[in-house]
Design a protein around this ligand. Sequence first.
Ligand SMILES: [Cu+2]
Length: 276
Amino acid sequence: MKRLITLSSLRDNVPNEVEAIPESVIPARFKRESKVWIPAFAGMTVATLAMTVIMVALLFLPKPAFAGSITGKVNFTGTPPQMEQISMNADPVCAGLHSEPVYAETVIANSNGTLKNVFVYVKEGLEGKTFPAPTTPVTIDQKGCHYTPHVFGIQIGQPFEILNSDSTLHNIHSMAEKNKQFNLGMPIQGMKLTKKFDTPEVMAKIKCDVHPWMSAYIGVLPHPYFGVTGDDGTFEIKDLPAGEYTVEAWHEQYGTQTQKVTVGEGPASVEFTFNG
Ligand SMILES: [Cu+2]
């Protein structure tokens, strides 16, 4: 008698669980096929792992190009000389701009025992490196018959903007010895001129031919690593590549001092002391 095979009878004969095949009996050719897949998964894992390791490492690595800054201060010991009071009576416009006495800025000792207007810069250690000139100008203002700032730095090729904020004639005269000198009359309030320097010079003196009490000093450098002490006597030279440097501090009356400074993977600090 013929047995009728139906779909349901076939389904009923399928075992519920398939017994696992021992690995030892799997023919070699299937094992090889399986190995094709394993490296693919393994590759993804390795790539993901490597990427994670690199990302974590980047978080902890110091920035190699900009290793650190030099911070410091310039101390002052002794008694500061009394600064000469400036008489502006020769130009009534200038005199009329001040209700308080005005003093020369040659030596300004701060109340915390430090010295203002010291130009601090990297003198040696950057040879062979080039630094593009910033397009942002450095501005000197003739205001109140007075130069602001009195001491400052500029990079070679950086625009040097000269402004006259006074309603009187100023004649800005560069007394530079290494750079080309200029001598410019600026008779109109709001007048603006722009010059550039092309050679390193520490420092180039500026004076006014109309008002003999007006003077300023400019540190012209081929790099951006300089600072000037302010009212607290501190300075900062930012983002300096790791290396060994000679740092010089220049003061209008007290001359220069140098120190060796090493910038490693963190900030370095240095102090100078000028004696009055
Ligand atoms: Cu002047």
